[in-house]
Design a protein around this ligand. Structure first.
Ligand code: SF4
Length: 241
């Protein structure tokens, strides 16, 4: 049997506060629904972009992803996109969005950061305050790309750890950088670039594993040549891979 109270139940004791609480509840519900719709749209766009190898609406994807990344990652996983593919995709979007600004930076104000794992295990390079100094001994591919990059005007750094990046940026003040590394390192590098307001492009190595990793040197030089009148080419005599 329903119980009838001898007084009117109000949340804050007045109809005004009750109406306000109701309004806030409705607004929250609408915001949650909008967020869910955004997440679903993001998941569909990302899965389609990855499967069809074409970037759909990159200008929309990046800003919205900033506040939906966790939920989008879960949605993508449900649809068969693993975290590695998603990270690669996010790197592609960041690169795509930064390319025009990167092209406008003079080559003398650009830097390339290489991870030390690209070296041969028998690398004779010495560690200096600016990182390892490659002597182009021919034991790995770095010797064939560092000299032409430097000849073109690039600052190059072969670094044993990511703390070097911040230190070198502070010391040499480049306006743009290319970060080379495994997917995780490149993603972290792009995030660091955003934090320190540096135009950053990432190039992912072909293999990871911390020792004698490999990469597509031509892809790197293609990225490094963005905005330059002449493409940078590898030194044939020091080609190893
Ligand atoms: S080419 Fe440079 S980085 Fe590679 S092993 Fe020789 S000195 Fe080391």
């Amino acid at each position: 049997m329903p119980v009838t109270l001898p007084f009117e139940v109000t949340l804050f004791g007045s109809p005004f506060w009750d109406n306000l609480a109701l309004l806030i509840g409705q607004i929250l519900l609408i915001l949650i629904l909008v967020w869910v719709v955004f997440v679903l749209v993001m998941v569909v766009l990302i899965v389609l972009s990855i499967k069809r190898k074409h970037l759909y609406f990159p200008m929309l994807l990046r800003p919205v992803l900033a506040f939906t990344e966790g939920a989008v990652a879960t949605g993508c996983q449900v649809l068969g996109v693993d975290s590695g593919q998603l990270m690669e995709f996010l790197i592609r979007i960041d690169n795509d969005m930064n390319t025009t600004m990167f092209a406008a930076v003079p080559v003398e104000s650009r830097a390339v950061f290489f991870p030390h794992c690209l070296r041969s295990a028998k690398c004779p390079a010495r560690l200096t305050p600016d990182g390892l100094k490659c002597i182009s001994c021919g034991r790995c591919g770095l010797g064939s790309v560092i000299p032409p990059l430097e000849d073109a005007g690039y600052l190059t750094f072969l670094i044993p750890g990511s703390t070097f990046v911040k230190r070198m940026v502070k010391k040499y003040r480049p306006q743009a950088m290319i970060g080379v590394g495994c997917i995780v390192e490149v993603k972290e590098g792009l995030e660091l670039g955003k934090r320190i307001h540096m135009i950053t492009l990432g190039v992912v190595t072909k293999t990871d594993g911390c020792v004698e990793t490999t990469m597509d040197w031509d892809e790197l030089l293609e990225v490094a040549s963005i905005g330059l009148a002449e493409p940078i080419v590898r030194r044939e005599e020091e080609r190893k891979e």
